[in-house]
Write a protein that binds this ligand. Structure first.
Ligand code: FES
Ligand SMILES: [Fe+2]
Length: 367
């Protein structure tokens, strides 16, 4: 029977149409825990933009589930480590900033930027106390297209191996991507499972229905496509820029593209090279924080970028918040049975082939 999880190009298998995932994948705390261990803790997670940690001593802290993580620019390059003191477990730093040493706020144990313990008050009185043996456990970190990613799995393949071809294709759309600087971020708690939000991002079947402004102000809906890309766990979104009179800004002569990197990052280029990202960090089985980042050549938000950020936040972004919260409630309904996915072998915007692909990747990881 082959892989019964594989989306067929006709949308049919012997049991009838391919359907959405059972609701438990979006609502069950036990499955959510498995997803944490088998998906989030073994894949590359968006940390920040490299320009946010550009000088030695710069750091940025963020949570991944219950794990606190710290990205630091040390003298020998970029590092990531657990944001936890090796004395009695206090969190070392909050937010972002710059310092030459990392000192725990509890009892002032002090670490260098490589995570080695270099001072602990009155530790000289402890026979056998060997500061040289104490170091904050390190985490895999990579810079990719100017973004910083971390991976809790020391055995994981590199980003280039996980997402082959993405760097080249993204640079074609946005040649100066690696030189961009962080310009702006906003975030929101979506009140839904992370996969509800990621599914919503990765299909445009709802775009003409729910995103009227995006569909006429940024993209050309008739040319919008989403397809697996490069042989990795990547969904590439492509579209011409809007052709109509309602463009949000001057989009002439360039295309739209996005690269969704499983499980929870999208690197998106609006026409004209307006670089932006989404990344999603789960807060609970039924809540996820979505972060929306924007990047410019000089780190400034000029008038065009300001206009696009505001329009995007007030339309597409806000519209999706309502949709996904509503769907999450429905996934908890006793009256919900997953319906057939719209798998159109001819491609096109009114298509959920990408949803079937996401379900396949998830089931490979946790079933
Ligand atoms: S817990 Fe950090 S110094 Fe005590
Ligand atoms: Fe949407």
């Amino acid at each position: 029977m082959g892989n019964r999880n594989a989306p067929s190009m006709t949308g049919m298998d012997r049991a009838g149409p391919v359907r959405g995932l059972p609701a438990r994948y979006f609502t069950d705390p036990g499955i959510h825990e498995q997803i944490k261990q088998k998906v989030y803790f073994t894949t590359w997670q968006f940390a920040c933009h490299a320009s946010q940690v550009s000088r030695p001593g710069d750091f940025l802290a963020f949570p991944l589930f219950e794990q606190d993580i710290l990205v630091v620019r040390s003298r020998d390059g970029l590092r990531a480590m657990f944001n936890v003191c090796q004395h009695r477990g206090h969190k070392l730093v909050e937010g972002q900033g710059s310092r030459s040493r990392i000192t725990c706020p509890y009892h002032a144990w002090t670490y260098d930027l490589e995570g080695r313990l270099v001072g602990a008050p009155n530790s000289g009185c402890v026979e056998g106390f060997d500061a040289g043996c104490i170091r904050i456990p390190q985490i895999r970190v990579e810079e990719f297209l100017g973004f910083v990613f971390v991976n809790l799995d020391h055995e994981a393949p590199t980003m280039e191996q996980c997402y082959p071809g993405v760097a080249e294709a993204a640079l074609e759309l946005c040649p100066d991507m690696e030189c961009r600087k962080f310009a702006h971020e906003h975030a929101a708690d979506e009140g839904c499972n992370w996969l509800t939000a990621v599914e919503n991002y990765n299909e445009c079947y709802h775009c003409k229905v729910a995103h009227a402004e995006f569909a006429k102000g940024v993209i050309d809906p008739d040319s919008y496509r989403i397809a697996p890309f490069g042989g990795g766990k990547v969904l590439r979104h492509t579209s011409l820029a809007t052709q109509g009179p309602d463009a949000w800004y001057d989009v002439a002569g360039s295309d739209y593209g996005s690269f969704f990197l499983w499980p929870a990052t999208a690197i998106q280029i609006y026409p004209g090279g307006l670089l932006n990202t989404y990344h999603w960090r789960p807060l609970a089985v039924d809540d996820v924080r979505v972060h929306r980042g924007w990047y410019s050549a000089d780190g400034q938000v000029d008038d065009t970028l300001r206009r696009v950020i505001d329009l995007d936040r007030d339309t597409t972004f806000s519209e999706d918040l309502e949709l996904v919260k509503n769907v999450q409630r429905g996934l908890g309904s006793l009256g919900y049975r997953p319906g057939p996915l719209i798998l159109d072998p001819d491609g096109g915007i009114d298509n959920e082939l990408s949803i079937a692909v996401l379900h396949q990747w998830l089931r490979q990881a946790v079933d």
